[in-house]
Ligand binder design. Structure first.
Ligand code: FAD
Length: 410
């Protein structure tokens, strides 16, 4: 087996960053394939009812706009200052963008595992011969497995498909793995598709990030029309206001949400009850599969409550199984690739708007020609923004082409 010239690029994930990488490769006339486990923009569809905090101007690139405009002359782009929902972003930007590279996208095709031909994980560390062999990708398309080859792999698979757990220190709570199929992990559209499942139900909401704030606001709204809806919202920290607001937050939508959620948590006249210093210890799925008995530890003491629904907004984690057989140096704290993670740890910014790109070197790791980009490159650090991902795409192609000045965004 040998590498080919020009190198074949496998891009994993047709989210915003995978598509952008595909577009870049097309402009440079490099052969590429995008493997997508579901639909174009699958993860964004899943949380599509939620509005993005960053405005459209930050979430699109000059290259993407130009490519779309060249195929659809009068394409109506959203205004630069518009904050649109995930669903609208897919419909108005990602799908038209995907049309430009459609012939190279394999949807419903999940990459399961990747290896280096002729080398086990523990072999050839630092040996240039390892980098001369192609990658082997085990891909599954509608239950049929096959092996594909590539010379360069760009992993843009995000983190949204892999939730974290509810229990102490991040392990599953007792009984959680058995109850998992009945728990809603992620952003549930309780005012839309899932309304009938949540109206007039008792709900346990776990988490104190912006996703939990979005869910709490939606459940409070649901309670206005369906007055038996009752939400018990819990957070680990001792603050009575769950959301940490960013002073002079430049993202107005984000600050509005934080203020509203904090207000819901502290008011006593609505259908949301917020408990600080509270964690989940055990979950028992009751016999009818319609409700849960949950043991909570609240300010040092245990109490048991029953809920009809549980929504876990406790974050996501990268799928590391994909590259288990490769030589990837991961951060022990975030599971992001180590070089970038070390630089991110140094910034200590609480506001993702303060994040900057860290240049091509930050994307390299011991496995030659394997790169992690997009939300996954931040591991469990939730400060990733699309505009950083676009910079990463530009940077990775300077490495691939060996042209340090290459910038298709100019
Ligand atoms: C609710 C929410 C709101 C956000 N709001 C903003 C915002 O306002 N502004 C901003 O800049 N960022 C925001 N982000 C952060 C980030 O920009 C998004 O998560 C963005 O979707 C990341 O793009 P991505 O391409 O890296 O990954 P994703 O969009 O997660 O795409 C990954 C793709 O890979 C596919 N995939 C996964 N595993 C495999 C596999 N094994 N094989 C093949 N395909 C696979 C998935 O189906 C998916 O389509 C938000 C995130 C969330 C969750």
């Amino acid at each position: 087996m040998a590498k080919s010239d020009p190198p074949r690029i496998a891009i994993l994930g047709a989210g915003p960053i995978g598509l952008e990488a595909g577009l870049y490769a097309r402009q440079l006339k490099l052969p590429f394939t995008i493997f997508e486990q579901g639909r174009i923009g699958e993860h964004m569809w899943r949380w599509g009812h939620v509005k993005l905090f960053s405005s459209f101007g930050m979430n699109a690139t000059p290259l993407g706009r130009k490519a779309i405009a060249s195929t659809k002359l009068d394409h109506p782009f959203p205004a630069d200052d518009a904050c649109i929902s995930g669903r609208e972003h897919v419909e108005r930007y990602l799908l038209p963008l995907a049309d430009v590279v459609r012939d190279r996208i394999k949807t419903e095709t999940r990459v399961i595992s990747i290896a280096r031909a002729g080398f086990f994980k523990h072999e050839g560390a630092g040996d240039p011969d390892r980098g001369k062999q192609p990658f082997l990708l085990l891909a599954r398309e509608r239950n049929q497995d096959r092996v594909e080859q590539a010379d360069i792999v760009i992993d843009c698979t995000g983190t949204y498909s892999h939730h974290r757990w509810l229990g102490p220190g991040g392990i599953p709570a007792l009984g959680e793995t058995q109850a998992e199929p009945h728990i809603a992990y992620g952003l549930v559209d309780v005012l839309g598709d899932a309304k009938k499942d949540f109206a007039n139900k008792s709900v346990l909401l776990v988490g104190t990030g912006f996703s939990a704030a979005t869910t709490a606001s939606s459940l409070a709204k649901l309670g206005l029309d369906h007055q038996s809806t009752w939400t018990t919202w819990i957070g680990r920290a001792a603050h009575s206001q769950p959301l940490r607001r960013i002073p002079n937050d430049p993202l107005r939508e984000r600050d509005r949400l934080a203020a509203h959620a904090n207000n819901l948590a502290t008011r006593t006249d609505d259908n949301v009850d917020f408990l600080a210093s509270t964690t989940v210890e055990a979950i028992e799925l009751l016999a009818n599969n319609q409700s849960f008995k949950v043991t909570l530890r609240s300010a040092g003491s245990k109490k048991t409550m029953e809920f009809e629904k549980i929504i876990a907004n406790v974050g996501y984690t990268p799928d590391r199984a994909l590259y288990r057989e490769l030589q990837i140096h991961e951060c022990y704290a975030t599971f992001g690739p180590m070089k970038l993670a070390a630089l991110l740890a140094g910034t200590k910014a609480h506001d993702c708007m303060k994040e900057v790109g860290h240049g091509p070197e930050s994307l390299k790791n011991p496995e030659p020609s394997f790169y992690v980009l997009g939300a996954k490159s931040y591991g469990r650090n939730s400060h990733f923004l699309l505009r950083i991902g676009f910079e990463q795409v530009r940077d990775v192609f300077t490495l691939i082409t060996g042209d340090a000045k290459l910038d298709l965004y100019k």
